[in-house]
Design a binder for this molecule. Sequence first.
Ligand code: G6P
Length: 367
Amino acid sequence: AATEKGNYRHFMQKEIFEQPTVVAQTLSSYIHRADNSVALPQFDFDLSTIRRVTIVACGTSFYAGLVAKYWFEHFARVPVDIDVASEFRYREPVLEEGGLALFISQSGETADTLAALRHCKANGQTIAVVVNVPTSSMAREADLLLPTHAGPEIGVASTKAFTCQLAVLAALAAHMAVKKGRMNRAEEEEVVAHLLEAPACLNAALDHDEDIAAMAHLIAPARDVLYLGRGPDYPLALEGALKLKEISYIHAEGYASGEMKHGPIALIDEKVPVIVIAPSGPLFEKTISNMEEVRARGGQVVLISDAKGLEDAGEGCLATIEMPRVHPLIAPLVYAVPVQLLAYHVACVKGTDVDQPRNLAKSVTVE
Ligand code: G6P
């Protein structure tokens, strides 16, 4: 049953390993297999007229929104405004009449996100909600309900809900692009084909569990850890750092690779491991040159990339984690796995309470 650990040591571990299945489940409800097109639930809003999307969420769900911003802009050419819910509500956001506001939440009950939703509703926005609990407050108050089918998530640190959110958001971005005439049938089929590759690639990523467990011993003694990524993989650096601090209590920061030279590079020495998330693709060279800046200062790099990327990057890393070669669209889903597993195994080495980390709640229903 979804609420039992089975053969796993922790719920978090079980939920990490469920990702191929639940992402496939989620995708299947957004894709017409007959013609490989994207299908969304019916709703009363003409996406072809959309001029701006406002995305609001908290925690890991916010990072899913940050990835989606790249996709909405890239595929649909729609400007995106995104904020954490606690900031959004109090900064007097400018909401054009008739806009679309998108809320992302595993629980559907996070107080700040729910309050932001109600604020947007009161200000003439159409409300779309990506949510994992179909009976939640946010699900009930949505105009467009976009469920994730991750099943119950018990571990406090979110894992499978995140990758399922990404699957829904990628489908939504493609659908918007189609509606806006920015994506033709052939391109839509191609995007769908890449999305459908995600479950198998997630499985391939999970195959590296043991290597990551072995490597966790190198990270566990650290006091600080830095995560770097670029483009749609930059939010994964943020998510990797969040996961590590949540469950292992090691101080960690995620940075856009190119921004490192504006501050964090001052921290680099042989005691601060730097986790570099760099799938091969259009941004690879740039990220690798940031990695070289770290290494030139004695920094210890853990490079996460595919075989080609690891080869191109050459020797000299503290450790490497090999991912399958994937299309850039699904890289944020696939690379979520090693950052989750790394945090998980470091926490196990440190002996923390993985499923119930101190001071944290699964769902924060107070402001
Ligand atoms: C808490 C949880 C996080 C989660 C965040 C947002 O902080 O510990 O794992 O990402 O809330 O929750 P939501 O249910 O809105 O996605």
